[in-house]
Write a protein of this length. Sequence first.
Lengths: 190, 221
Amino acid sequence: MTPQDVRDTFATLARERGPALVGYASLLTGDRAAAEDLVQDALLKVFVRARAGFRPDVAEAYVRRAILTLYVDGYRRRRHLGALRHLLAHDGARDGPDVSAPDRLDLRAALLVLTPRERACVVLRFYEDLTVPEIADRMGLATGTVKRYLSNAIGRLESVLGPLASRRDDADGAVDVLTVEIDDTTRPGS
Amino acid sequence: MDFDLENGMRELADDTAREARLPVEELGRRLRARRAARAATVAVVAVAASGGLVVGAAALLDRVERTDVVAPSPTAEATRAPTVTPTPTSTPAPSPSPPPVEDPVVTPDPSVPPEPSAPALPRPSDEVQGSTAWAVYVAVTPTYDDPALAEADARLTALGYTRLRGGSLACDRGAAEALGRDPDEAAMAMYFDTQEDAARFVELYGDGVVGTVQVTMYCRD
């Protein structure tokens, strides 16, 4: 690939897949503005280093990984506390008899109460549809640690959203994380 | 009916995607600039490395010659390594936006005899990216939905600090280690430019302060 090819691939990806990438990033960051910033930085991080052998067909996969890495490494987490103001003010209406099924606003708020790594695991499991071993590999964690993060996250999500629909086991035998058990051999500090 | 998390997340992402806007042209310019800067840096490093090889080879050759023949002075052909000034590749630090005015304004009524005035609240730091401040942590919790955060928020608001401050403890370099806490934890804090201001705030806030730490502030850009 020539440098011009790299620039063309970059522009095409940003234009055609940019919105989808922002949608993915927003599941991590909790708001669109932070997601747009995160995607921009991930695009630049990937393409600044792109060399002659860079393959455009896997460019999006590289950018998605960069989005996750930048986010988990502490990127722009500061916005979270501000976005959670409505949660900090205890809302009595939430407990009223007329509360309907959780809508997307509730899901957005529910995701925000998770820690960054818990949220990343949930997004990779339920949005990217990765298995627990794949998540562990993507995030550089032990599988037991991923299971713990998912178990904690699901418990907290259910406290806001109510019971979550159970997923059937994956064909490759991956564990349904709604019934995940903590791995006794989990390495501390992972 | 149980909540379908998968579909819920897809709908949430799709909603955001519909409104998403990326400045493609501007991103393209930034990409060209960064790649050019990176290429220049790589070239400079390569020249320095080759220059270092030349110097090293010449010095080695010189030592070999000296062991055979006593020479009065080193050869004049030895070249000095070029001075390398790395080209910065990081984006320029953004200008901090002016902070909202937080300190409460008290207008005295001339018809009322003056009462002993309440102590003035110490002015919070502007929290510029990469700068240092004295952070007073009023709540540090494992999760963002911990009631302790809401309680601390209410106390700060009652004091007169209305802008929510805090976030991930990892954003305040030095804090997690000093407090003995996990950097992934959520923290609510007030930041001050001087240790004296921080100490005054601690007196005003009262019980419940987790700790005061001098930190370097990140995630503010």
